[in-house]
Design a protein around this ligand. Structure first.
Ligand SMILES: NC(=O)c1ccc[n+]([C@@H]2O[C@H](COP(=O)([O-])OP(=O)(O)OC[C@H]3O[C@@H](n4cnc5c(N)ncnc54)[C@H](O)[C@@H]3O)[C@@H](O)[C@H]2O)c1
Length: 468
């Protein structure tokens, strides 16, 4: 089939390349001329594993091309995907201006029956709105259908996810449109759920809000573990063994970020408000996440008395491993907070240094390797769990650091071993009491740091061990 994809970002570009890979003729359109120029030369403007090779191959085989011109791209397309951005507005509502603009352009250039597919994540009722805009902008009377086809790929594994998705969802009341899309996706051999557009639009928000809530839930459990002496990793393992719960999205850490979870959870909350419904659970999901992002700073506030001349190394800037995307990344928040305290921030990410540099207007020392980023630092915060960080020489890290404060925002390392290596180590959801209990000495007393001043027992201070 001939297909047009409007918007060549993380979703549009992967969709376009994968559809070309399975044999369709795809033209990807974007309003960003620089992006299109790069793409025409086979260079991917984003980092996503295997994507550039796939783009290059499909250009060579003449199934994939790029343009800034909708008028030239659309004729003959049986299917047009809308894959433009839907960022958050200031108040958390969804900014639909890119989608509306794309719909106007599509309307102007529609010349025969076409299936218009909304791949962008849009609030319930948007397909109806897209259809109205297209209709209003038609130059000549042609029929069309608008289908909601939410995207579930994850950055970092986007190509794998496209070929091995759990389901494809079509929201449409038109059999003709569903038949065309079923044919389009046939080579992927995936389960297809056909429903009405409203439900399809809600499925996407419900899925993301549910996953985000799972993360906030495990982060709250982590906070309770720290107070009670539990180990969140053991708790998560035990929970995850229950097949009704599953072990995914149970990794405690310093909160979620990215281009989807924060904005989609806010968007669903806003939808609730518009319809007079207060979605209490997801309101708390966001609140917990925003507190969780502050954890590294709370830990540092307790240890660092004077912020003057403090140097802190940040390991990982992307919102998750496998991508260069820094939108709403926890690192963004942490770096801004540190800079506000006068800290000299050094940072390293295998692929996201440039993107972070383009969004931060103040000086950060971007390093070419993790060792330079920690060198001479008072503290290190591991923010993104890239595989290469798991393979670091910790002895070298320790040697290079000035003070040995290591905040492991993703629980990459083992507490006991980090303590043994001489780090002042702070994981998430693992109380240091847990480590000490392995060497319990009779007569010693273990109390919580916050209870230290209230302690009225008879133990002398060198017998009392606190946990943070
Ligand atoms: N990024 C993800 O992991 C992911 C996953 C699932 C769903 N989604 C959803 O998919 C949509 C796209 O997300 P993204 O991350 O790819 O966004 P993005 O910001 O990376 O890409 C959007 C692209 O659309 C282009 N664009 C905007 N308006 C245009 C127009 N009128 N004509 C042509 N091009 C236009 C922009 O220049 C940009 O290149 C969003 O709704 C998002 O919520 C994203």
């Amino acid at each position: 089939m001939k297909v047009t994809v409007v918007g060549t970002g993380y979703v549009g570009l992967v969709t376009g390349a994968c559809l070309a890979e399975i044999g369709h003729h795809v033209i990807c359109v974007d309003q960003d001329e620089m992006k299109i120029e790069k793409l025409k030369r086979g260079i991917s403007p984003i980092y996503e594993a295997y994507l550039e090779d796939m783009i290059f191959r499909n250009i060579q085989e003449q199934r994939l091309s790029f343009s800034i011109d909708m008028e030239a791209a659309m004729p003959g397309s049986q299917v047009v995907f809308i894959a433009v951005g839907t960022p958050s507005l200031e108040d958390g509502d969804v900014d639909l201006s890119q989608v509306e603009k794309a719909a106007r352009e599509i309307g102007k250039h529609l010349s025969a029956y076409t299936v218009i597919v909304s791949k962008s994540t849009v609030p319930v009722g948007s397909c109806r709105r897209i259809a109205q805009i297209i209709k209003k902008n038609l130059i000549k009377e042609v029929s069309f259908d608008v289908v909601s086809n939410p995207e579930f790929l994850r950055e970092g594994t986007a190509i794998y996810d496209t070929f091995h998705g759990d389901r494809i969802v079509f929201g449409s009341r038109s059999k003709k449109a569903v038949d065309i899309l079923t044919e389009l996706y046939k080579p992927l051999h995936q389960k297809i759920l056909v429903t009405d557009p409203e439900s399809a639009e809600l499925i996407k928000y419900a899925s993301n809000a549910f996953l985000a809530t799972k993360i906030s839930f495990i982060n709250e459990m982590a906070n309770l573990c720290e107070k009670t002496g539990g180990d969140i990793q053991a708790v998560a393992e035990g929970m995850g063994m229950d097949q009704r719960i599953g072990n995914k999205f149970l990794q405690a850490g310093i909160g979620f970020g990215g281009a989807c979870f924060p904005k989609d959870v806010s968007g669903l909350l806003k939808t609730g408000e518009k319809y007079g419904y207060d979605f209490k659970i997801i309101r708390q999901t966001l609140a917990v996440n925003s507190t969780q992002k502050q954890k590294p700073l709370e830990i540092l506030e307790k240890i660092i008395e004077d912020w003057k001349d403090i140097k802190i190394g940040i390991l990982g800037l992307a919102f998750k491993p496998g991508t260069d995307d820094v939108r709403e990344a926890p690192a963004l928040y942490i770096i801004k907070e540190l800079y506000g305290r006068g800290v000299h921030v050094k940072a390293y990410d295998p692929v996201a240094n440039d993107n972070m540099q383009s969004v931060l207007s103040f000086p950060v020392t971007y390093c070419n390797n993790p060792y330079d980023a920690v060198s001479d630092c008072d503290a290190v915060i591991l923010v993104t769990e890239w595989q290469e960080f798991k393979e670091l020489s910790l002895r070298k890290i320790r040697r290079l650091m000035k003070r040995k404060i290591f905040i492991d925002g993703r629980n990459v390392f083992a507490s006991e071993s980090m303590k043994k290596k001489g780090f002042d180590y702070y994981p998430i959801g693992i109380c240091c009491k847990e480590i000490m209990t392995q060497n319990l000495v009779e007569g010693e007393i273990y109390i919580d740091e916050s209870e230290k001043s209230n302690y009225t027992g008879s133990g002398t201070w060198n017998q009392i061990f606190t946990c943070n």
